[in-house]
Design a binder for this molecule. Structure first.
Ligand code: MLT
Length: 398
């Protein structure tokens, strides 16, 4: 009989968004005529920009003739895409070397897989509330997690406690689910703390393209010293509508070198390269062609149009909550609006209440951590018509 990884017993029975899908499907089966509006999972609805589509087509065409056909690609990703990402960073005022960039199928895989590089004997800080993948992937590997409390008092932006040592710190800014964004001074505090503790920051910037204030950092590498202590994860899912197309990247600076217990120096860059080249055969050439088109100035301009559309939805949601005097966070530099459940309800209770009475699907805050149990998240990724209709139903209820 195989001995199983019993750490899976420590996980909740199903992943948050799988549980939501399950409850919505059950409701739909019972109410086949209900017009359900989905503002739950952060899945985009607008089609890809023309340039991304053109890039994808070029990728497909290349596969049709022997001269241009591509087989296995470089595990780290094609240099045409890594160069385009490095140039994108440069346009945003941040220097990231092409050699440090790894292409993947998305930030979910990378933020989940990175935990393999670290021993179980580490102090791992993870914000609560936050994207559940960080916690679940560590639990799967039998690791203990220490929570960093995000709450209304600290605007859901927990800061380091210099009296507490950490080895690994997960940060997500703009935050999923709260939409809170660290400013440069706050991120500098985290970088200084990480350097002082010889810790590594795992920085998820999947929502950076939603930041509209040029003073707010869109990358941890906007902060001096970050290359000595931080890995950054990013994705085209929310930036360019690639949730179904799948492409992401992470930056593992070659400066990240630590001393192992046997005294040998170990480079996180080299370890990640070893991990990826062993377990991953690269993102498809076709997808990388589409992704490279996204990172041109014109391609990014098309992405910004779509993001502006979603930001308008966020404004519609926020305006409704303001009119109803419901306290909320986010919705400006983020596609997510995070609010207190009305009438003191708990988040799963509110989820059922909203589904049953307004046929609107959101995400219960409890799915993002203990501190979310009285909060609820709505996304701005649906279309205008549905967002307006959902908010009318919402206003009618409260
Ligand atoms: C979310 O709704 O939190 C995200 O869409 C999940 C993800 O990006 O995997």
């Amino acid at each position: 009989m195989p001995k199983l990884n019993e750490h899976y017993q420590d996980l909740k029975e199903s992943y948050l968004f799988a549980e939501i899908a399950h409850r919505v499907a059950a409701y739909e089966a019972e109410h086949p005529d209900a017009k359900i509006i989905r503002l739950g999972i952060g899945d985009v609805t607008l089609p890809l920009g023309d340039l991304a589509i053109k890039g994808l087509h070029e990728g497909v065409d290349a596969m049709a003739s022997a001269e241009t056909f591509k087989g296995y690609g470089p595990e780290q990703g094609y240099s045409f895409l890594r160069d385009a990402i490095s140039a994108y960073y440069a346009r945003n005022g941040v220097s990231v070397d092409t050699a440090d960039i790894f292409i993947s199928d998305g930030a979910k895989s990378d933020t989940g897989n990175i935990s393999e590089l670290f021993d179980t004997d580490n102090v791992i800080l993870i914000p609560d509330p936050v994207y559940p993948v960080y916690v679940d992937s560590n639990i799967m590997n039998g690791k203990n997690v220490t929570y960093l409390s995000g709450n209304a008092e600290n605007n859901f932006l927990p800061m380091p406690d210099p009296s507490v040592h950490a080895d690994i710190i997960y940060l997500c800014s703009p935050n999923n689910p709260t939409g809170a964004v660290y400013n440069k001074e706050q991120l500098k505090e985290w970088v200084d703390y990480a350097l002082a503790n010889e810790a590594v920051i795992l920085f998820d910037s999947a929502y950076e393209a939603f930041i509209s204030d040029p003073e707010l950092p869109r990358s941890i590498y906007a902060i001096e010293g970050a290359k000595k202590c931080a890995i950054e994860f990013c994705s085209l899912s929310k930036t360019a509508g690639f949730t179904g197309t799948r492409c992401g990247y992470c930056v593992v600076p070659r400066e990240l070198v630590f001393t192992a217990s046997n005294g040998q120096e170990m480079s996180l860059h080299a370890m990640w390269n070893r991990r990826q080249s062993t377990k991953f055969n690269g993102t498809s050439y076709i997808i990388q062609k589409g992704a490279a088109a996204v990172f041109t100035e014109e391609g990014m301009a098309q992405c910004r149009e779509n993001i502006a559309y979603y930001q308008e939805n966020a404004r519609i949601i926020a305006d409704t909550l303001k009119r109803r005097n419901i306290r909320f966070f986010g919705g400006v530099h983020s596609p997510y609006i995070w609010f207190e459940c009305p009438d003191g309800m708990e988040s799963w209770e509110f989820f059922d209440y909203l589904l049953n009475n307004a046929q609107v699907v959101g995400t219960p805050g409890a799915g993002f951590g203990e501190n979310g149990k009285n909060y609820f998240r709505l996304t701005s990724f649906n279309n205008h018509e549905n967002t307006i209709a959902a908010m009318k139903r919402f206003e009618h209820l409260f």
